[in-house]
Design a protein. Structure first.
Length: 386
């Protein structure tokens, strides 16, 4: 694909935004992770220092777009080529623009065949990028079927291991709080009845349960199909995972998603869920979950993740009450909202505003990169309760 690069001659907001977005695409094509927030900071920095001076633009980009020391050499090379072509004056092209061509790794075979063609002296910058890297930051709502299939493979590689919880079962320890009398006496038999070596015990660890509640209402339709694949990857790849769908009713889909075959699991879940793309009654669904499963044991000490945009047709006071009940018994309560990435987003929806005071982590959920961040949040869940 190609992009138009603004010449650093007009120091206005539009040129700064175009330069920031284009250079961010160049860095992503070079396998550097550049978030939307970093790009917005880069735009703000350019608004203060301008885009006419190379050093000012370089340090504005470096301070906002680079977060790891090992990325600096690649960033410096990309910026040098970017700025050189941004300032290249040619007679054939509009002096205000320069073309950048990005090629995927899949096009490497076809490059050899094109090399025999007519030479092209136009000043173009060709960078290779990985289709996986592009997919990481792409919004779920813009995915096609092939991209969903690839996303399923990438999600299956994520690890969903939260902090362990203390188990009632004891394990052998080098120096624990209580002696292991049975093992100590067994060892003394071979030493003539003398307990020469003493053994100890300490409480063991067990995997903490993960509960995923996915909103499948009409407002979540662009994101629910991708998030369902995330839920399936968690259920199939980890023990002690429970999955439910939230809509006009609560539906348990753990058994249907437990298959190692993603296509079969998704088909079974689609047949099981009867209110797909319907209305939303988050408060009533959470009440059903708390009464039937959650407060009675499933959510106690568990990591509970709600994947929803917060749009609720029911009474927000019911949702707030049920979130409060759930918050009291869970180890960590996480809310994933795909709309959170929207610039200027505020939790104005009645359901989201009612639930937010009882949420421990409020994270984005619009892309693969956001799902990777969610996996990190699950792995490092807060330790406010044991």
């Amino acid at each position: 694909m190609s992009a138009v690069l603004p010449k650093p001659g007009r120091d206005d907001a539009t040129s700064a935004e175009r330069m920031a977005v284009t250079f961010a695409r160049v860095l992503r094509g070079a396998s550097l992770g550049v978030t939307i927030g970093s790009v917005l900071m880069f735009v703000e920095a350019l608004g203060r220092v301008g885009i006419s001076d190379r050093d000012n633009v370089y340090w504005a980009a470096r301070s906002t777009l680079v977060h790891r020391p090992e990325d600096l050499p690649l960033f410096d090379r990309a910026f040098a080529v970017f700025w050189e072509h941004a300032n290249a004056n040619t007679l054939e092209e509009d002096p205000e623009t320069i073309k950048i061509t990005l090629a995927t790794d899949d096009d490497s075979d076809s490059d050899d065949g094109d090399s025999a063609g007519e030479p092209n002296d136009d000043p173009t910058l060709t960078l290779r990028f990985s289709s996986v890297e592009v997919l990481r930051d792409k919004d779920f709502g813009a995915y096609d079927d092939d991209e969903l299939a690839l996303a399923q493979q990438l999600m299956s590689q994520l690890r969903f291991a939260g902090p362990p919880r203390r188990s009632y079962r004891l394990r052998t320890s080098s120096r624990g709080p209580r002696p292991d009398l049975r093992k100590t006496l067994r060892g003394a038999i071979g030493a003539g009845g003398e307990p020469i070596r003493r053994y100890w015990q300490e409480p063991g660890d067990r995997l903490r349960r993960l509960v995923l509640l996915l909103d499948v209402s009409g407002s979540m339709e662009p994101y629910a199909r991708a998030m369902l694949r995330f839920v399936q990857a968690a259920v199939a790849g980890r023990q002690r995972v429970e999955a439910f769908s939230l809509g006009t009713r609560l539906t348990r889909v753990t058994k249907e998603l437990n298959s190692r075959d993603p296509d079969r699991a998704l088909q079974q879940a689609s047949e099981r869920v009867q209110d797909w793309s319907g209305g939303t009654r988050l408060g009533e669904c959470l009440r059903h979950f708390n009464d039937e499963w959650g407060v009675r044991g499933m959510a106690r000490g568990a990591i509970v993740v709600v994947l929803s945009d917060g749009w609720d047709r029911g009474d927000p006071t019911i949702l707030a009450e049920q979130m409060c009940r759930l918050h009291r018994v869970t180890y960590d309560l996480i809310w994933v909202n795909p709309l959170k990435v929207t610039p200027g987003y505020a939790p104005l929806a009645r359901g989201m505003a009612a639930a937010l005071p009882y949420v421990d982590h409020f994270v984005e959920g619009h892309s693969l990169a956001a799902m990777e961040e969610l996996a990190s949040v699950i792995a490092g869940a807060s330790t406010r309760r044991s």
